[in-house]
Design a protein around this ligand. Structure first.
Ligand SMILES: [Zn+2]
Length: 186
């Protein structure tokens, strides 16, 4: 079965590329390597070949933008059920605490990338993610206003070859992580 990234994952990465066209991609990834395949990971293809996780390099070209982005993903995940959980900078937000940040106890603290896992609802659903920093609606949070004005670039529709499938997740990321609720993660 040819591995394929879920449609929600493709859409998400395209929105990141559109909003941060000059971002680094050194820690990008989607499909797991052999170390991943030895353990439960959303980077491993399921029986039908679907991969339900992506890694986005934390260096978005704008200082500390990854922290703001991870937080916006966390907030949107409360209502967009295609997002299963997000991990960044030693913290994870999942349905366990209704997407409040909590300590991530996996081996890799995810400082160099943001890990996003998707649910089965994201298999074929490529609807636009309403994340303010990724071109989405500006929500109700006041804190988003300044962020929007500051970093959303105008070159929204630039098409980058880098946004296509092809990145392999071959770093120590996502290896052997486990959440505080005991389930294997990332
Ligand atoms: Zn990952």
């Amino acid at each position: 079965m040819q591995p394929k990234l879920c449609k929600a994952g493709i859409q998400f990465r395209e929105q990141v590329d559109d909003s941060f066209p000059d971002r680094s991609r050194v820690s990008d990834g989607w499909i797991g390597d052999t170390r991943h395949s030895a353990r439960a990971s959303d980077h491993n293809p399921d029986a039908d070949g679907w991969v339900y996780a992506i890694d986005i390099t934390a260096d978005l070209g704008v200082e500390s933008a990854s922290f703001d982005l991870a937080d916006q993903i966390r907030i949107v995940a409360k209502t967009d059920k295609r997002i299963k959980y997000v991990i960044h900078n030693g913290q994870i937000a999942s349905s366990v605490l209704n997407y409040k940040w909590r300590k991530y106890t996996g081996i890799n603290p995810h400082k160099k990338h943001i890990h996003i896992s998707f649910t089965k609802l994201g298999t074929n659903d490529s609807a636009f993610f309403q994340i303010p920093m990724l071109g989405g609606k500006n929500g109700t949070s006041k804190s988003n206003v300044g962020i929007l004005g500051k970093i959303i670039p105008s070159r929204r529709n630039r098409n980058l070859p880098g946004s296509r499938l092809g990145f392999g997740c071959n770093r120590e990321c996502c290896t052997g992580g486990s959440s505080t609720d005991g389930s294997a993660l990332a």
